[in-house]
Design a protein around this ligand. Sequence first.
Ligand SMILES: [Zn+2]
Length: 389
Amino acid sequence: MIEQQKICIKCILPDGFLGVNLNPEGMCDFCSDPDHKNINWSRKVIGTERRQTALENWNIVVVQMQQNHGKIPYDCILGYSGGKDSTALLDHLVNDLGLNPLAVTSDTGFMTDIAKDNMKDTLTQINVDHVLIEECIPTFTKLYKYHFFNHNSNETFLARYICDYCSDLIHSIVVKEAIRREIPYVLFGYSPDQIFRYFYEMPQEEVIKEWKPEILDTPFFDDSDNQWYLTDEEIENGDLPRVLLPYHVIPYREQDIIELVESKNYIKRGHADPLLTNCNVVHAATFYDFNRYSGILYAYQYAELVRQNPEERKKWVRTLKISAPLILENKFKHREVTAFFNQIGVSQEEMLNHIQEQLEKDPNREQIETNINMFRKKRRTKQVKAVPQ
Ligand SMILES: [Zn+2]
């Protein structure tokens, strides 16, 4: 019943899902028009020529790094998270290309134990220097707290804001490390589907303009937070490293990456699952978003997967129906979400009250509440049926 009436017949987006509407045939805006875009999602296609040019550039960069090998202490910096992609890239740089990268990790305070274990296992086998920066944790904590309490958009998810601001800070910390050590290249292991903001290279003008958020000027933040962002002096001196995303151009197959990191014992079997290394902040933002907007940011990504593989629709609709009530009630990743709320000093109840206040101001409130109830209903009916007559 649910999926036939309220969910797009081609993908999995519900009617009224942050600006998404179903037409009389039951098809959503994105399925009825391949060029449709909104603030949360647009299909990004990288042309063959652009991809080829970027690959040629990467090959030149590799040769340059190899030629300068030994002349400077490190050939490049790798932003290292302990996830499967940055682990596999580390292996590629060292074992395939013969380079000496410096692995740099900026701890957000919410790294999972699995990610930390992965790092330990990997670094006993790949002989590279590793810098773990932990002094930035209080700034990350403030950044999250600020967004959880000041997100007041009726158009876009908290998860989008949090992920953008958080990754800007991570990038910024790693780039500052490169400036300090005069290392010309910074690499991140983003996978080929992570192209919403950047393809292959983070352009320097954006690095300068976009990374330092205006909210830093609010009294909520102080100089201890500012220190993690690029200073005017660093920008004026102009020796910014190039920031590159090699997996956007070199061969990448998720299954091969998992096999590589597991077979070399960098990551224990079953621990390469992105859901396990995904940070707890994302899980908490998902709880916020589902209760606030009756949907989550990743639904757009899953919907696009379904559009590309229609036979997977059934599986995803089932996943949606099973996980929605759990997310709404904080039963999905409960421990992680609760730990996050503890760390930013708020109870689940306070957070729900805050979400409710925001929801009450939203002109789409009625539609959102209808969708939330649709996702909850399934469970209620079951519970009623479970009582013997
Ligand atoms: Zn659709």
